[in-house]
Ligand binder design. Sequence first.
Ligand code: AMP
Length: 385
Amino acid sequence: MINLSSLDINKKNLVIRVDMNVPINNDGNVLDATRIEACIPTINYAIANNSKVLLVSHLGRPTEGNFEEKFSLKPVAEKLQKILNKPVELIKDLDSDSIFKSETNIQVLENIRFFEGEKGNCQSLGKDLASLGDIYVFDAFGTAHREQASTHAAIENASTACAGLLLEKENEFLTKALDNYQSPYVAVIGGAKVSTKLELIKYINTVADKIIVGGGIANTFIKASGLNIGRSLVEDSMIDIAKSIFEQGKIILPSTVVTSKSFEGDDIKEKSVTDISDDEMILDLYLEDDTIEVINEAQTILWNGPIGVFENYKFEKGTKELSQAIAKSKAFSLAGGGETLSAINKYINSDDVSYCSTGGGAFLEFMEGKVLPSIKALNLKKNGR
Ligand code: AMP
């Protein structure tokens, strides 16, 4: 894979696929600019090297072929302008005369999902995107697992394509945990459902020394171990596979959990996991001293998914203590996933984690050992061509 920093980009026109898919409220305000901020290093690098940039991103899930105001990138372009303190121009169409022609060095193409062919990885849309500039830069790690026109066909059709600074960093840190990890390797897999993370759990089970499970995922494993979990979130279709993974001895289940009969938590109880009644739900769990010790001794830690319903402060203790334990650890720690990053921002300093990935689905697939389609397409370009 060719990196942007290895190419001569002086006075070149760069089409950069970024991931600026941010939450926007009904008044058109960006609620969380993290993903926009993650694109800034590549944009600044390009501008500092006298390039012009056209940024390409998706936002939400509009119907292809239609313009819908609520999915417009206008608020994103405005936010970017504020962050950069430089003019940013919104471009509506691929045949616009102003692409790379106006005074403005930074342009944002309207939501790529408005354009026919994006979803289906259409070659002609890919070609159109690729031919707008001199170099097609792929920096949207969060969508690198999707084979679409702007994430795949455009790379294939570009005369020169390379990875942006964010993708380069994601690739470096995730590869470190995937291939060059040091043992003991501890994974913490939380969140709602086993099914969305089954491939990751299976893969991690082959490389990690211990797997701490939490959230709805822990519930499925607790049930698979033969205990009653009452009305807790569970996936019955995953019980058999959970049982076979559990029998391999790497899974750490909680002993003490927090239960309630409702998500509001009006009647919370701290109790042994062996003592759950039929009308209760497990909504948080505690890390035992032995489990904290496992984290302390780890050389590599992978974390994806909160271990309780941390959005409600009554069920945040487990996730909070886990974040603090990871922050204190000397291990190489890697975290990914939207909820995981919210927990990190809520309870610790993100600098206390070695690397926080911007990917959700892409992070999971990368850590399952898959080569993501965009990365595969970039790898196939010889010298970026
Ligand atoms: P995921 O996107 O799969 O990582 O799931 C994150 C969500 O799992 C968060 O919004 C949590 O509120 C939720 N969650 C964590 N623990 C539990 C639990 N014990 N029961 C139900 N939901 C949970």
